[in-house]
Design a protein around this ligand. Structure first.
Ligand code: C2R
Length: 147
C-alpha cells in the first residue's frame, strides 16, 4: 500500500541536468497522484558505473518502476533495463543538440533486443510515462489511480 510515509516507489532518471524541464510533467503527475518518487541525474554514457549501481540496487531500495528520460543516443533506459528486472519506461527527449528532433532518442530507446524490454512513450511525453507507471503499480496496489 502506498502512503505519504512510504519511500519512493518510482525512480525517475535522466541523462543530463539539461533534461530536467522536459521531465517535469512526470514529476508533477506522480506528485498529483501521491506516488512517492525520486529524481536523479545519471548518464549511462558519462558515468556507466553509477547507472549500473542505481539500477542494480533499485528493487532492494523499494523502487517498483523506473522512468528514464534521455535525448540523442539514448542508451540510459536500455542500460538500466540490463541491470534490473523492474519495469523500465523510456521517455525519448528532444535536445538542442538533436539533428532528428527526438526521433534519434526514440529509436535508441524502442529498439531493444529480445529479452530486455523497455516500454517507450512518445517524444517528450513524460506525463504518459508517469501514468503508465501508475498503471503498473495499480496492478498490485489498490491505491494508485488508473485513470
Ligand atoms: P548535455 O546537455 O548534458 O550535453 O546532454 C541527455 O539525455 C541529453 O538529452 C545532452 C543529451 O545527452 C543525453 N544523454 C544520454 C545519456 N547521457 C546523456 N542520452 C545516456 O546515458 O543515455
Amino acid at each position: 500500500m502506498l502512503s505519504a510515509s512510504s519511500g519512493p516507489v518510482v525512480g525517475i532518471l535522466v541523462g543530463s541536468d539539461s533534461d530536467r524541464e522536459r521531465m517535469q510533467d512526470a514529476v508533477d503527475e506522480l506528485s498529483t497522484r501521491g506516488i512517492p518518487h525520486e529524481f536523479e541525474v545519471r548518464s549511462a554514457h558519462r558515468d556507466p558505473l553509477a547507472v549500473a549501481e542505481y539500477a542494480a540496487s533499485a528493487r532492494e531500495r523499494g523502487l517498483r518502476v523506473l522512468i528514464c528520460g534521455a535525448g540523442l543516443a539514448a542508451a540510459l533506459p536500455g542500460v538500466v533495463a540490463a541491470h534490473t528486472d523492474l519495469p523500465v519506461i523510456g521517455v525519448p527527449l528532444r535536445s538542442s543538440k538533436s539533428v532528428l528532433d527526438g526521433l534519434d532518442a526514440l529509436l535508441s530507446i524502442v529498439q531493444m533486443p529480445p529479452g530486455v524490454p523497455v516500454a517507450c512513450v512518445g517524444v517528450d511525453n513524460a506525463k504518459n510515462a508517469a501514468v503508465l507507471a501508475a498503471r503498473i503499480l495499480s496492478a498490485s496496489e489498490s491505491t494508485a489511480t488508473i485513470s
